[in-house]
Write a protein that binds this ligand. Structure first.
Ligand code: AQP
Length: 329
């Protein structure tokens, strides 16, 4: 099994990324050949400050290694270190109907708030498909928000194979238990890096984590059904199931069922368990931050290995599509 996934270095990695995807990335290191990317070409759709983009790539590498990615067990690389992905993006985009890309909800949501929408944001799913297909990955651990993009990658693989002959496997998603974590301060919205104040970052100190939990919205809002758990409380239960002991979850489920759930007690337990889970990640992160050369070495070593696969796939794609081999000059 070849596993591929990536994260955009558009900001610090947050709890949603962790429970929705990265926990699976770590687990899957034991299951197959894992390739994990820091998607800086994708992030260029949002970040136009070179220094900031470089820093964010480094920060993402720190976060991911601190979460438990092991360079002995997986390849962790920077997307732009394997530039073959841009060639495949072009080739796939020539087989991608505009209408298909127009339907992408992430594009609609993000572009709605922009004055000028860059074409990169529109073709984001083609670059994502190229990432996955370049490495011929068959399994992709993602959060629910990326399922639509992954479906596009499957369609592209199928279409390319039909048009030009069998080259790509169709990648399948792998979801975690918490596939869509909502913002604690607004549980109607997804926890997101680029929405100010919506996320608990993995690098946040204990006091900030506790403040986020303490302020988590619990009421259902006007007009909500009284017989249903409010989105904010449901979101806290999602986290509780990931970070707390089964007895704790059972206790609060019983309290909720009997109508005697006290939000303060729930928040105290959740805050305590979150802090206990995230503190070791933060400590590993600061140890790693003291060794920037080692981090760069890990990223470069992975890219060297992966370019061999990338060049092989590109050669097959070129031949299949009638683009021929690159002449030696
Ligand atoms: N709130 C979330 N709940 C569960 N999973 C999530 N993921 C992101 N947010 C949540 C999953 O994390 C992986 C990496 O995501 P990404 O950074 O590449 O893209 P994203 O989905 O666009 O994440 P953000 O935080 O919302 O970033 P911005 O604000 O820059 O767009 C993916 O597998 C994703 O599903």
């Amino acid at each position: 099994m070849r596993i591929y996934s990536a994260i955009q270095p558009t900001g610090s990695i947050h709890l949603g990324n962790y429970v929705g995807a990265i926990m699976n990335w770590v687990k899957m290191q034991e299951e197959g050949e894992c390739i994990y990317g820091i998607a800086n070409y994708h992030a260029l759709t949002a970040i136009k400050e070179p220094k900031k983009l470089e820093e964010r790539v480094f920060e993402a590498a720190l976060d991911l290694l601190a979460c438990g990615l092991d360079p002995e067990k997986c390849s962790l690389f920077v997307q732009s270190h394997v530039p073959e992905v841009t060639e495949l993006t072009w080739i796939l985009s020539c087989c991608a109907p505009m209408g298909e890309l127009n339907r992408m909800t992430q594009y609609k949501d993000k572009s709605a708030h922009m004055e000028i929408v860059n074409a990169g944001l529109f073709t984001y799913p083609v670059l994502m498909a190229a990432d996955i297909l370049l490495f011929k990955a068959d399994t992709v651990p993602v959060g629910e928000d990326q399922l639509q993009h992954l479906e596009v990658a499957r369609v592209f693989a199928r279409r390319f194979n039909l048009m030009f002959g069998e080259v790509f496997p169709e990648p399948k998603p792998r979801l975690t238990k918490a596939t869509r974590l909502m913002a604690l301060n607004d549980p109607t919205k997804k926890m997101s890096k680029s929405v100010e104040g919506s996320a608990i970052m993995l690098s946040d100190p204990d006091s900030v984590i506790l403040k986020h939990v303490k302020r988590a919205v619990t009421d259902a809002g006007p007009g909500a059904a009284q017989d249903q758990m409010s989105p904010g409380v449901a979101n806290m239960f999602t986290l509780l199931k990931v970070f707390s002991a089964p007895e704790t979850v059972k206790y609060f489920e019983e309290q909720y069922a009997s109508g005697s759930l006290r939000y303060k007690e729930l928040k105290d337990a959740l805050g305590r368990d979150l802090v206990a889970a995230l503190a070791p990640i933060r400590e590993r992160r600061s140890e790693l931050a003291a060794k920037p050369e080692r981090i760069r070495e890990i990223l470069h070593e992975s890219a060297r290995r992966l370019r061999v696969i990338a060049r092989q796939t590109i050669a097959e794609v070129r031949e299949a599509a009638g683009l021929g081999v690159t002449p030696e000059f």
